[in-house]
Write a new protein. Structure first.
Length: 408
């Protein structure tokens, strides 16, 4: 009994630490307030406001993990409670360094203590988490979009936008515009925060924007009460419920990628079986790597860069494909073929993928595995399970964002 309480204490402690770090992260994103900064520091007041991000975000994450947990328990599979993984770099501000923006966590995991040897069990445990989390994410987004603040809310975070009037989007997000701080100070009575003598806006600045997917588009078009109140992609980070919902969709899609031992891989394995899944998973992985790496190496690069960039990138691709087959030559040929297709399509058609997905593809290829373990009990799924499985793959399409995070 004492050992059980000790284990529960570890899970609770990790949850409380993660709740704290995600709350700090929420205050950072929402109000641009940072630990260790003399201007706009995080105080207790602003920390409390960070719960508007951490509670819905961790709520969806928790529902996702307990979907796995309770389904495993229902199948009498030994499983641990979720281990929450805190990750926050804002603490660097306490030692005089600039903190790196983060969301405060790397997620949560549960540990399966039994050997699962049933196709049905893999399917049930795999699908329960994403579907439960997806329903929770919809609730978070619905609340966020039905409780949008008026458009002038953004002036609390970016008072300098008032300089351009109600149509500030046409200038701030579209063009390069320069004006002196003195102009702003004469109009508003104080100097703007975080800007030097010359303020600059536009696509050439260091900016961060969120991408879009089918569900976000639906909420923006049909749920938001006023079109003018819908935040621009550059400003969603300041709307905690919508930002939390967006991240929930992102992680749902991440888990539902139908490859290997991801939740989506378990679902697809349950739907189509071992032999077909091995072929489909290899094809989907190759397509995933192909899209992700588009634009990584193109003819636009200078020749001296290409001298080292091409072989380095091909080597990186080979590492990803090194477990595709047992043949070194075949894996190398696949890597070269994927590179060749990426190179010419990106160079001549100016098509861009998303490098972040390439990093995740490397994790799949080298750590998580491209293929699903074979089960000895391969009973066919019921019609209800098959319907839920295809619904889950549709959910993946609805949640997937080709370019989830944009930096420029």
């Amino acid at each position: 009994m004492r050992e059980r309480y000790r284990r529960w204490g570890i899970h609770l402690l990790l949850f409380l630490i993660t709740l704290t770090t995600t709350t700090f992260a929420g205050a950072e994103w929402q109000f641009m307030r940072f630990v260790g900064f003399d201007q706009n520091p995080i105080t207790w007041e602003w920390f409390v406001k960070g719960f508007a991000f951490s509670v819905p975000f961790l709520g969806v994450l928790t529902i996702h993990e307990f979907g796995h947990y309770f389904t495993a328990k229902w199948h009498k599979v030994k499983v641990t409670l979720p281990y929450y993984i805190p990750l926050w770099f804002g603490f660097l501000g306490w030692i005089g360094l600039v903190g790196i923006p983060s969301i405060g966590t790397m997620g949560a995991v549960i540990r399966i203590k039994d050997h699962i040897n049933s196709r049905k069990q893999f399917f049930d445990i795999g699908i329960a988490g994403p579907l439960a989390g997806f329903v929770a994410a919809l609730a978070v987004l619905f609340y966020g979009f039905t409780h949008l603040p008026p458009k002038d809310y953004i002036y609390e975070i970016h008072p300098e936008y008032q300089y351009f009037g109600d149509n500030f989007e046409e200038v701030v997000y579209q063009k390069d515009t320069f004006f002196l701080t003195e102009d702003y100070e004469r109009q508003f009575g104080s100097a703007p925060t975080f800007w030097p003598d010359t303020m600059r806006f536009g696509s050439s600045d260091a900016t961060f924007a969120l991408g879009s997917n089918l569900l976000m588009t639906f909420f923006e078009e049909y749920v938001a009460p006023e079109d003018d109140w819908v935040p621009n992609a550059y400003e969603i980070i300041h709307y905690p419920w919508i930002f939390a919902g967006y991240l929930a969709l992102f992680f749902t899609a991440l888990n539902l990628i139908p490859i290997g031992q991801l939740d989506g891989g378990h679902i697809l394995y349950g739907l189509i079986g071992s032999r077909l899944h091995r072929k489909v998973s290899a094809g989907l992985f190759t397509a995933f790597v192909f899209y992700s790496g588009l634009g990584t190496v193109t003819l636009a690069a200078s020749s001296d860069v290409l001298m080292w960039e091409i072989p380095l990138y091909i080597g990186f691709l080979y590492l990803m494909f090194s477990r595709l087959t047992r043949s070194i030559q075949t894996n190398l040929m696949v890597a070269v073929a994927v590179f060749t297709a990426q190179f010419f399509i990106s160079s001549y058609f100016n098509v861009q993928g998303y490098f972040g997905w390439l990093v995740f593809a490397f994790l799949i290829g080298r750590v998580l595995g491209i293929y699903h373990p074979v089960t000895f009990v391969n009973e066919p799924l019921s019609l209800t399970r098959k319907i839920l499985g295809w619904i889950a793959l549709v959910v993946f399409v609805l949640c997937f964002t080709p370019n989830p995070f944009g930096f420029s």
